[in-house]
Design a protein around this ligand. Sequence first.
Ligand SMILES: Nc1ncnc2c1ncn2[C@@H]1O[C@H](COP(=O)(O)OP(=O)(O)OP(=O)(O)O)[C@@H](O)[C@H]1O
Ligand SMILES: [Mg+2]
Length: 243
Amino acid sequence: MNESLKQPVLLVEGLSKAVSRVGDSVGDNTGDENALHILDDIGLSIQRGESLAIVGPSGAGKSTLLGLLAGLDVPSAGKVILDGEDMFSLSEDDRAALRGEKIGFVFQSFQLLPSFTALENVMLPLELQERAEPGRDARRAAEQLLGQVGLTARMHHYPSQLSGGEQQRVAIARAFVTQPALLFADEPTGNLDARTSQQVIDFMFALNHERDTTLVLVTHDHQLAARCERVLTLQDGRVQTLQ
Ligand SMILES: Nc1ncnc2c1ncn2[C@@H]1O[C@H](COP(=O)(O)OP(=O)(O)OP(=O)(O)O)[C@@H](O)[C@H]1O
Ligand SMILES: [Mg+2]
């Protein structure tokens, strides 16, 4: 096998996040008694096409870790190498471009744009890419994905007109529309009933198999964690187990 094919899609080394007790980000000064250590020395390697669940109690640092892995936040120390690119050595603009190209992210709080309809929210990441790659049919791709998550009849509704579970499904469609190499999702089934939750899980794993999409999912849902190939348990900002 070609060496480059064996390179992990995501490599994490010594990743730490400390904030001051008033909430400002601080350097990795472990001697600083005013620092609050949210994440401490996380190491991890994920191969393309793998699925990883991040579990642990509330406040363990799961959302913070996911945000750092996706380059949405900056660490106090450590590295995240995404497809060979050292994310935090890039400028903010270059990191945003890399995210746009390779990453889909489903936030715990959805973060849909309130003045855009469901369809417009899902089209937006493709329209942003369209500038670089004209000719892709953003509308058709967005309609198709919204259909796959069961929202054909709700496409022209605004987020405020959708239930929590419907907004969550829009957020999932938006994260997948660019066909990202990696999908990060924070509690993707947190607001869904059992049946819809099963559909969304099946949908994510179908894309994982069909497109080799790497899945990194924060979840309290045992059924979802059990579907993942590996499970990382966080406790007080440290890796407790990685199986
Ligand atoms: N900017 C910040 N400033 C100070 N503390 C923070 C900041 N962000 C997160 N924290 C703290 O870090 C800890 C981890 O937060 P995080 O949101 O990562 O937890 P979580 O594991 O996702 O929890 P949940 O399951 O409730 O979503 C919490 O104690 C939180 O209060
Ligand atoms: Mg969280």
